[in-house]
Design a protein around this ligand. Structure first.
Ligand code: NI
Length: 167
């Protein structure tokens, strides 16, 4: 496994759209393993392949504190959704800043696993938020896109200051 560099906002490649995976092969396994290593190292709960400059519809997630409940989503899509919720979100591509974002409360997800097997499942709460956040990445969207320009500028200034203190 290998750590991959995470693209940081406003890198233009974060705006690229991912294409579906067509080859469920050893290269996909390597990508998925690298994404877990990179996500866990960054203390993130979700990572989209576009964040490491790979334009494929691959998402890794793990909401557990013990890092033992991996959830890999390949070519995932939301086929049904209900309700709304607002949750504070952060992102490995926007370190040090957090904001409330409106999302669907309950979603039904159609996805493939890394072996190419399809399945559908329902998600709500933080899991639903995380899936929607990562699917946005695959469509070139980041969570601050949902905010007003004023709020966004304020947060980006905060991110700049945060990066100065940690680098
Ligand atoms: Ni993110």
């Amino acid at each position: 496994m290998a750590l991959r560099p995470i693209l940081r906002f406003p890198n233009a490649h974060l705006r690229l759209t991912a294409v579906p995976v067509t080859q469920f092969d050893a290269n996909l396994t390597i990508l998925v393993n690298d994404m877990y290593e990179t996500m866990y190292a960054g203390l993130g709960i979700g990572l989209a392949a576009t964040q490491i400059d790979v334009q494929l519809q691959v998402i890794t997630m793990d909401l557990s504190e013990s890092h033992d409940q991996p959830l890999t989503l390949i070519n995932a899509s939301i086929v049904d959704q209900h309700g709304s919720q607002i949750c504070e979100e952060g992102c490995l591509s926007l370190p040090g800043i957090y904001a409330d974002v409106p999302r669907a409360k309950e979603i039904r997800v159609l996805t493939f696993n890394e072996h190419g097997n399809a399945r559908e499942f329902d998600a709500d709460g933080l899991l639903a938020v995380c899936i929607q956040h990562e699917l946005d990445h695959l469509h070139g969207k980041v969570f601050i896109d949902y905010l007003s320009a004023l709020k966004r500028d304020r947060l980006l200034l905060k991110m700049t200051k945060h990066l100065k203190t940690v680098l």
